[in-house]
Structure formats: C-alpha cells, structure tokens
Design a binder for this molecule. Structure first.
Ligand SMILES: Cc1cc2nc3c(=O)[nH]c(=O)nc-3n(C[C@H](O)[C@H](O)[C@H](O)COP(=O)(O)O)c2cc1C
Ligand SMILES: [Fe+2]
Ligand SMILES: [Fe+2]
Length: 392
C-alpha cells in the first residue's frame, strides 16, 4: 500500500490508529487518531517529513517500500515528541545517508529522547531553506506548538504547510484528503483545547508568520489534511484571541442531588438572561468536551458538595485541569451544598492560580437548596450576565 497521494511528488505515508481511545493517558479520543508522515520528492532530494508513533513504524516503512524509496536525504523533525519521532532510530539505521532537519532545540530534545548521534543532525535556523530540486522547503520556528522546540515546514512551490501538531485533530478517517474541515472541526477544537490552549498567548505571537503565507493546503501531523486553510485560521483567530464568548461552563458533581438542583437552576437562570451555558456532570463527562467548552467561556462555575471538609475530588480534578489548560475565562464562581461545614471554596480557588479570573460570590446551601439559595443563584446569574455585558 502506497499511502495517499496528495499531489505528484507529495505523498502521505503515515499511519491511521483507528482504535486509540486515550492520549497522554488523559484525553479521550472518540474518533481515534492518525500519525501523519509525508514523503516529498524533488528532482534531486527525497525528504520524509516527520515519522510515526513507534508502534506504527511498520506502516510507515511499508508505505516507503511501496513507493520505491531506497534513499532518504533528509528527515524533517518538526516536533520531537515520540508520536512523531519514535520511528526515527529505525529510519536512521535503514537510510544511513539521511540527515535530520530540526531546530537546534529539537536536536537536543531528540538526543535526550532517542540517543541519536551528533553527525546525523543538520539543525535549521528560522527562515532557512533547503532545495530539493524544483521544490523548496522553508523552516519556520514556531515554539510551543506545543513543546519549546517545535517548527513548521512550508513547501514553497506547492504552498503546503506541514504544521506538526498545530491545526491537528484526533480524527481517524480513511480518506485524509477528501474530508471537509467542517466534518472534523469539533475534533480540531478538542485538540486545540487540550494541547495548544495552555500556550495560547505564545502561539498567538507566532501565528502571523503562518497566516501571511500563501496556503493551498495544511498538512498537520494528526488527522485529515485541511483543504480550506482560511477556515482553520479563522477558528484559531477566535480561539487564540483574549475575548471570551458570552458563555458559562458549569461543571458539577452531586451525590444526593442538592448540588444538581442548584446546577440546573443556575443553568436555566443564565439562559433566561441571554447567557449561553454548557453543563457537565463530572461523574460521567467527557473531559475533552469540558476542555472544548472552556476554549471560549467567559465564566467557569464549579458545583460541589462538601466532602470531608473540602470539594468533591472530581471537582478538584476538573479545577486542576482548568488550571493546566489556562482558558481565557474572566470570572469564576463556586456553588454547592454542605451538611455542616468545610472550606470547598478556598480549596477550589487555591487550585486555579493560573486563571486570571475574578471570583464571584459563592452560593453554598445547607442540605437541599431552599428559596434563599435560589434567590442567591438568581443574583449570581444577574452578576454573570452583567459582567458578560461588559466583555471587550
Ligand atoms: C462522604 C461524605 C463526606 C461528607 N463530608 C462533609 C463535610 O466534611 N462537611 C460537610 O459540610 N458536609 C459533608 N458531607 C455532607 C454533604 O456535603 C451534604 O450531604 C450535601 O448536601 C450533599 O450535596 P449533594 O446532594 O449535592 O451531594 C459529606 C457527605 C458525604 C457523602
Ligand atoms: Fe505533540
Ligand atoms: Fe502529536
């Protein structure tokens, strides 16, 4: 099997992982994923852009064999993480002439991860070009998509951007060229939320470097190729901007329904006031969907019963994930129910030091929520709606 022809001389030779259901032992992958590697042939040089997860090395080598590749001049390593570099040692043994083109930082990290000899590397400066014969690769350093060493590679004549994890999606599909961006935009957002969002400000700084390129095609290292680059750039401009949407995320746990009543009441009160809301029962929620909702929410509300004087551990976990993902939310609030007392509010606020949020007054019921608690939730909804009205 030859892989998938993108155009004459440019072929996808990666692997499709239909069954993977978890990434980083954290992120649910409802649709599997792909590890994309690309073969680019000029009249003089043959290049492999990125490799695959080590478990899929066989898929990559069989694609190379089927394409009659007997010599590889360069292997571009846009990103040192093992899902793209893991098969490098085997490829370097198989193609002894091949040099690795990577950033200087990429060289160090690949050596840390894979013990590759110095002489196999040819580090590339930001903006450097390599001629392949009728085709030119340009390397654009793009740190923190999503490690410090990352770069993207632009094939000038063909106007193809090999963007590594940037613009990626965990989305296994047979025809990687024939899937419209609309079909996998949610999985692109899931990917962005969990992998890129923590580095939002840094990514926004480098984005003009790629947004200015003439682009016919974006070839990321996970998921389908993007035949409508303007569409993916448009959604990223929104995701990366500092301006959140008029939306609240409400993530809660309830053991005996008190907090659940409060969460449902607050959700309706927000909708009544024109605030969009997404509600997640954390006992069974898809953490990827929660992360996606946090991409644009202006307010994060955590709902928890008091358990052993603190928050329910699942709510503490969600707070830690929010702290890691550093969403752009401006406001946070805590609601819940207690039997006798504890410090869930202090605990949860202490878990989100990375968020630049204003803490709104909490609402804690004693046992089942009563009229006074619902009035306090109405007041919280008023406050959230009023705060959102001033967003700019
Ligand atoms: C395992 C467990 C531990 C609890 N620990 C506390 C506590 O430390 N302080 C407190 O005020 N209530 C505590 N409670 C009582 C709950 O906070 C209270 O029943 C609350 O109304 C439950 O809200 P829910 O119906 O949303 O689950 C505990 C309840 C359980 C089941
Ligand atoms: Fe990565
Ligand atoms: Fe990756």
């Amino acid at each position: 099997m030859k892989g998938q022809v993108i155009k004459d001389g440019v072929t996808w030779v990666g692997a499709i992982d239909w069954e993977r259901r978890l990434f980083d032992e954290l992120i649910p992958l409802p649709d599997g994923t792909t590890y994309n590697a690309y073969l680019v042939r000029g009249s003089d040089k043959t290049v492999l852009i990125d490799t695959v997860d080590p478990l899929f090395t066989e898929a990559l080598t069989s694609h190379l064999e089927a394409n009659g590749v007997t010599r590889v001049d360069y292997i571009v390593s846009n990103h040192a993480e093992q899902d793209h570099s893991g098969s490098l040692p085997m490829l370097l043994a198989r193609f002894p002439e091949a040099k690795i083109l990577t950033t200087p930082k990429g060289k160090g990290m690949l050596q840390d991860l894979l013990e590759i000899a110095d002489e196999r590397f040819q580090p590339v400066a930001d903006g450097a070009r390599v001629e392949l014969g009728g085709r030119t690769l340009r390397f654009i350093h793009f740190p923190f998509v999503h490690w410090p060493e990352t770069m993207v590679t632009y094939l000038e004549e063909d106007r193809i951007l090999f963007s590594c994890d940037l613009f990626g999606s965990h989305y296994a599909v047979g025809n990687l060229m024939g899937t419209s961006f609309q079909a996998f935009e949610p999985e692109t957002k899931r990917y962005y939320a969990e992998i890129m969002m923590p580095f939002r400000t840094l990514i926004a700084k480098s984005m003009p470097k790629v947004a200015a390129l003439p682009l016919e095609l974006i070839a990321p290292s996970h998921g389908p190729l993007i035949t409508d680059p303007a569409a993916v750039l448009r959604v990223h401009a929104d995701w990366l901007s500092d301006l959140p949407h008029n939306k609240a995320v409400l993530a809660f746990v309830s053991m005996h329904d008190s907090t659940r009543h409060m969460a449902r009441y607050l959700a309706e009160a927000l909708v009544d006031r024109g605030v969009d809301v997404e509600v997640f029962g954390l006992a069974s929620a898809d953490l990827g969907k929660l992360a996606m909702a946090m991409v644009d929410a202006a307010t994060i509300v955590l709902g928890t019963p008091v358990v052993a004087a603190g928050a329910h551990p699942l709510v503490a976990y969600a707070a830690s994930i929010a702290n890691m993902l550093k969403p752009k939310a401006r406001f946070a609030a805590i609601i819940g129910s207690q039997g006798w007392g504890g410090k869930p509010v202090e605990q949860l606020l202490g878990l989100i030091p990375n968020l630049k949020v204003e803490a709104l007054p909490p609402v804690l019921a004693r046992g089942l929520p009563r009229a006074g608690d619902f009035a306090a939730l109405d007041q919280l909804a008023d406050t959230i709606a009023a705060k959102h009205a001033t967003l700019n």
